[in-house]
Design a protein around this ligand. Structure first.
Ligand code: SF4
Ligand code: SF4
Length: 132
């Protein structure tokens, strides 16, 4: 296919990028979010994440035996041991989503979810500390 044909074809294709959360960057993020809040505009949904996507970690506290293997393999020291309870807590703001803790856990109590909207002004916000 010659270059002219390719260019013409491109003109009629839809953009490959997902316009999430809005088609154009808003002048004011605050105004934009207010409008989303009062439903005068709607967000463009993100595309579905692929299978085996590594998003926010999930922790099944019940099944955790407190073996600390996850802490030993975590390259970013995102996991802290709670000695009194023999359980862990995970600081998502430090996590690099490598999934090594998930792979090594003998009790299968860690998993990577598809949740990726994790931005926050406070790195110690409740949403960013996984305890159960
Ligand atoms: S996914 Fe990787 S960086 Fe995140 S808590 Fe597990 S081992 Fe640490
Ligand atoms: S590797 Fe699994 S069982 Fe061991 S402390 Fe971590 S989460 Fe708990």
């Amino acid at each position: 296919m010659n270059i002219i044909k390719i260019l013409l074809k491109q003109l009629f294709l839809r953009p490959a990028t997902n316009m999430f959360p809005a088609k154009y960057a808003p002048e004011s993020a605050t105004d934009f979010l207010k409008k989303v809040g009062d439903k005068s505009i709607t967000l463009i949904n993100p595309v579905a994440v692929p299978d085996r996507y590594r998003g926010k970690i999930s922790y099944n506290r019940e099944d955790c035996t407190g073996c600390k293997l996850c802490i030993r393999v975590c390259p970013t020291k995102a996991i802290e041991f709670i000695p009194d309870e023999k359980k862990i807590k995970i600081f998502v703001s430090r996590c690099c989503f490598c999934s090594q803790c998930n792979d090594i856990c003998p009790s299968n109590c860690l998993s990577m979810t598809s949740e990726f909207m994790l931005s926050n002004y406070d790195k110690f916000a409740d949403d960013l500390i996984v305890t159960h």
